[in-house]
Design a protein around this ligand. Sequence first.
Ligand SMILES: [Zn+2]
Length: 236
Amino acid sequence: MENRFNFIRQPIEDLLYLFFPSACVACGTGLVQQEQVICTTCRFKLPLTNYHKWIGNPMEKHFWGRVNFEKAIAYLYFGKETRVQELLHHLKYKGRDDVGTYIGELYGSDLKRDHAVDDVDFIIPVPLHPSRERFRGYNQAFMIGKGISEATGITMRNDFLLRGIASTTQTKKTRFERWKNVEEIFYTEKTEQWKGKHLLIVDDVMTTGSTLEACSRALLNSADVKLSCATIAVAM
Ligand SMILES: [Zn+2]
């Protein structure tokens, strides 16, 4: 019985589409029906870094002497007033969590095709401070990780690395120290499940690398692990 109305549903969808076309998040032109999130032109003009094919790439060099990453990779070059900036702006400030999943899937399928993450055991999204996650409604790094996970088949875990609430020692601190601590802290849980594994830390943009470094320190202080990191964009 459900299919009875198919003959009318399609024209209604077409009609709705005529009046409310979705726009490409990168350039703003209307998407045609087979396109998702970004238009075909923008998709083929994405400034790929191909860092995953490049041993000793600039991002890896950036971390030399700071963190020992197996791989440090980014999907796209970031630039001001570019498609990539538009993508990230929609993901971070316009409630478009689907942009994260979609771009994560594109990246994940490239990584899988090129066997770049074959030995990774878990995807670890950089946690967002809980109050900011409540405000935004989602963690953009989680959405990107979800896309990469779907494309590669690698399990994502967001319960190994956490941010914000260091409960035990905080009560003794002054209010300012507590606030500062809450802003900055990363901590780990369930160590027994990930010690000795290869973890891929995922974030949206890498600029100074200080967030990725702080995450790495928290993980390395808890257990012996192999670490890699991947971001959607790199701006160094
Ligand atoms: Zn476009």
